[in-house]
Ligand binder design. Sequence first.
Ligand code: Q9C
Ligand code: ZN
Length: 347
Amino acid sequence: MLTVYSEKHRLRDAKTELHGGTFVRPFECPERAEIVLARVRQEGLGEVIAPRDFGLAPVLKVHDPDFVRFLENCWEDWVAAGGEGEALPNVWPTRAMNGKRIPRSIDGKLGYYALAGETSISDGTWEAARAGADVVLTAAEHLLSGQGQSAFALSRPPGHHAAADQYGGYCFLNNAAIAAQFARDKGVERLAVLDVDFHHGNGTQNIFYRRDDVFFASLHGDPMDAFPHFLGHADELGEDAGEGFNLNFPLPPGTDYSRWRDALDEALARIVAFKPGLLVVSLGVDTFEQDPISFFKLKSDDFADYGARIGTAMKAVSVPALFVMEGGYAVSEIGINTVNVLIGFEG
Ligand code: Q9C
Ligand code: ZN
């Protein structure tokens, strides 16, 4: 399986995350990608290539231009306004306010475009996020040219919490959605996105919620108990043309592999019935029992087993799979768990 990787992910190296009322070094750190890459090489998964530059056009097919401009200029604007630490929001357009007008000041803009308050924007964040989009696009292009039945986009920072005009939950650009939309524009008529990250893929769901050409399925910690708290319930089925094309499996604290696997099998059956031309897998390995911020109980061997299930289901109907790296914060095991899925898929 081909891996696409860019060293530019290292430019996303924030110093601060707001966690439990204090500032900590972010869980989403550069070592994550380095360790996954080392495991890819150690296991001989296949060739590792650098991305090509796609420019911003495929990003703008998913994200609003004003949001992209905000991400591009945020750090400079923050510094110019006298920010001493990293850029963080501290006020939001909540239910009790209007929220439709985009403020002029950087503090107002941060609140407007942030969907959560833990993720700081720092020098290099934009460049890393942009390179991450090129990573998934390069992997998608490779699959679309008919080379192989799977590819791995080792992108960082992750993307599935980012909506068309919102960032947060460590995510800035929605890499999985950008890849799916790119494939759509290259002629793939129907796509499925399977999100196995511990957290609900609220951004991806939101981006495709009114569409019947992209089926979204997500297995995640019940939002009643877990981030992102305000989306990911089982009764969110899609709207307008998209009704029936969104499928959520919110799962309770302590969920073990047998329960998780039952939900996966159901999601895979629905995906197969949808007859997609391509599957995008939002691959977060924060379902691991030792993940520091999550509450599922998967073990390292379970990752290989579920990779095999995805592989069996997709190969039976000749649907190629694009794996896109999302979360996973048990850093010392992130390589083993991630590559177990990929090796499991290959069979
Ligand atoms: N203080 C991804 O896995 N905060 N994002 C959780 C910890 C946000 C996770 C609470 C978690 C975001 C891509
Ligand atoms: Zn996650």
